[in-house]
Design a protein around this ligand. Sequence first.
Ligand SMILES: [Fe+2]
Ligand SMILES: [Fe+2]
Length: 286
Amino acid sequence: MAHASLVEARLADHVDRLGHEHPPIDLATVDYTVRRPRELDDRFGHVLDYMARVELEVDRNVLELTTLLPDPPEIDRRFYAEVWQPQETRHGVILDELQVHLGRPPAEPDLTSVGVKMRILGALAHLDAFQDVCRMLYYLTGMATERSAVLAYSLLHDGVVELGEDAVASTVIAPIRRQEPGHYAFYQLSARGLWSELAGWQRWMVRRMRTFSFAPVGAGDEDQRADFGELMRALGIADHTDEFAVQISRVERDLLWAHRRGLAVPPYVARALREAVELADARRAG
Ligand SMILES: [Fe+2]
Ligand SMILES: [Fe+2]
């Protein structure tokens, strides 16, 4: 089998498997029992709110996607419509319900506004060769996002266990965390497959566009970037942003920056995470 159809077959298997093995979390299995709501809120309320918003914003992400990829491969459409969106939406609903249980206001996801940049890209994406550049950016964003989610939920899980909130740890955070690696794997397979097909100018363009458009997951504006910095503080990684950067961009580095031997991490990733923490600290001080 040619390389491209091999990748296609693996992706189809993967999406089938995710669909079967990971239906959206059954709300009846979730136990919101919290022993000390004040403590949980103090320590992780902000993290719950941030992640609830990001998970709920998948509806807007799908809108952006259909703008960005007017003519997506069938497997991408199946993945986001049948697997990703239903799972993520449910994550958001559960996390939001939990924060309301703690006495916090519900998250305020932005579900509708597709930015100007995105619309311009979408218009250009009607050219097939450029659509592949957009698809590559989409897979790269997906990888960094899903990897960030896995790491954040792991740290959150440990923190919640430490607080003795076993019900939340085992019926909220653990089941959500379990669904994220499958998303990551989809984007990774897709990214590796597509990268090997891109022409030199397309690769160049991906590098350029990625360099000036990278942002941490869910951080569209400055306030949200500070919120992300706050999240890193709460999870204990604000002083280890470089390590976090390495972990969320390893495959991106290997693909896009293979020619820069010895590069530990794409500089724009490390910079964006550091900036988020600086913004959070400045906001807190001010
Ligand atoms: Fe999720
Ligand atoms: Fe995910």
